[in-house]
Design a protein around this ligand. Structure first.
Ligand code: GLN
Length: 451
């Protein structure tokens, strides 16, 4: 049914970069057979899933949205992919994304934009617009995404889906093509909070292949949803992210969701996070710095594309021609920013200062969580904007992530849950909840209570 749906609508939505129908049907048949002979299978066995193209998949092309990886077929599965396969889930294919996960609209994909199923002239969010759109368009019931500054949560917000960024270290990054290693997290996208929880339970856990993986076991997120109870829960509204800078209808739905939680016994209090306003500035130094280093491996020798200048060339000329042709403009912009910020004489002024701001943001979280159990914000300032609207204005694109980036800087978990449609444009709005590191279950509790 999902493959039929993809065939029917993906021409218009363009959520997928690659669909492997044959392998999906084979996997499904195999799960059926195992079920038939009485094998005990997990709750998601046989359930289809779409996989963001940032995750490497054995025998299935992986591009991370870039020309430089066109045609590359990885020899292994990323740990979250291996785990969904081990759970008997059925990968349908790979979803579209901004090149190397840099963007908030999926327009920076080298393979064309994804369209928001709610209005095909609008962006599906980014960088994981393909994963969110596939779920919103009923092409897949579940998807995997990656969130470095909001790429799971902001697409969820603009497509009316649920998206979760787990605690940093909660889900393995092994086999996730790194954007910024100290910020990246893999997480679920779904239509309900319970669905995300079930997928979270499958992908979470220690992985010796990821040096930042948390060794402790996790409680069941699905249980947290099933037992959702917010009575006595203290929810802090971040004053700085509840301002005029946010679209009126986004704020209206945000406050209605809070009222609903209050009716269910939650206590809503205002908290201040004075350093959050510097998050974007710090992020756009830390991220390009880490990305410029991570992307150095695309050297024309080890992976994907190789462009040889006419008449041949030295190793350096081949590398430079390959990177010139293989990387898009946003990727080049960030490599230049990052190498500049890391260069001798500038390191302390830029990268060093950004790391200090990062500490201040973490302290804001610590101070807030001393008073409340979870924080709440609108997930993003506006509903889905028009395709092309912010493409030529990088700063306007970056400002979209004002509410999502603080969580990545601090490593804390976040969820975006649908909160209805904005009255002025009829487009989806998400409410974001943030919890202390390792307290992902709190997000499922409060999200589950809204469902
Ligand atoms: N929009 C943000 C950026 O462009 C977030 C990206 C992400 O989370 N991968 O960096």
């Amino acid at each position: 049914a999902h493959l039929d749906r993809i065939a029917a609508v993906d021409g218009a939505v363009h959520a997928f970069l690659h669909v492997d129908a044959e392998r999906a049907l084979d996997t499904a048949a195999e799960i059926d057979r195992r079920r038939h002979i009485g094998e005990e299978l997990g709750p998601l066995a046989g359930v289809p899933i779409a996989i963001k193209d940032v995750l490497v998949t054995k025998g299935m092309p992986t591009t991370s949205g870039s020309r430089i990886l066109e045609g590359w077929v990885p020899p292994y599965d990323a740990t979250p992919v291996r785990k969904v396969r081990d759970a008997g889930m059925v990968p349908l294919g790979k979803t579209n994304m901004d090149e190397f996960a840099m963007g908030s609209s999926t327009e920076h994909s080298a393979y064309g934009a994804t369209h928001n199923p709610w209005d095909l002239d609008r962006i599906p969010g980014g960088s994981g617009g393909g994963s969110a759109a596939s779920v919103a368009a009923f092409e897949a019931p579940l998807a995997l995404g990656s969130d470095t500054g909001g790429s799971i949560r902001q697409p969820a917000h603009v497509t009316g889906t649920v998206g979760v960024k787990p605690t940093y270290g909660g889900v393995s990054r092994y086999g996730s093509i790194a954007l910024a290693s100290s910020l990246d997290q893999i997480g679920p996208v779904s239509r309900t909070v319970l669905d995300s929880a079930l997928l979270h339970d499958v992908i979470a856990g220690f992985d010796p292949h990821d040096a930042t993986s948390i060794p402790d076991p996790w409680p069941s997120m699905a249980e947290a949803v099933r037992r959702a109870d917010v009575s006595g829960l203290r929810i802090g509204v971040v004053k700085e992210l509840d301002s005029d800078g946010f679209q009126a209808g986004v704020r209206q739905r945000f406050h209605e969701a809070l009222e609903l939680l209050e009716q269910h016994g939650a206590e809503i209090v205002e908290v201040s996070a004075p350093n959050f306003e510097y998050s974007i500035a710090a992020y756009y130094l830390i991220l390009p710095a880490e990305a410029s280093s991570n992307l150095a491996k695309f050297d024309s020798v080890r992976f994907g594309l190789r462009v040889t200048p006419e008449g041949g060339g030295t190793v350096e000329q081949v590398m430079s021609a390959t990177r010139e042709a293989g990387f898009g403009p946003e990727v080049k912009r960030r490599i230049i920013l990052g190498t500049y910020a890391l260069s001798a004489g500038y390191y302390d002024a830029y990268y060093g200062s950004a790391q200090k701001v990062r500490t201040l943001v973490q302290r804001d979280f610590d101070a807030a969580f001393a008073k409340v159990d979870v924080l709440a914000t609108p997930t993003a300032p506006t509903t889905a904007f028009k395709l092309g609207e912010k493409l030529d204005d990088p700063l306007a694109m970056y400002l979209n992530d004002v509410a999502t980036i603080p969580a990545n800087l601090a490593g804390v978990p976040g969820i975006s849950v649908p909160a209805g449609l904005a009255p002025e444009d009829g487009l989806p709005v998400g409410i974001q909840f943030l919890a202390p590191a390792r307290e992902d279950a709190r997000l499922y509790n409060v999200g589950g209570a809204l469902e």
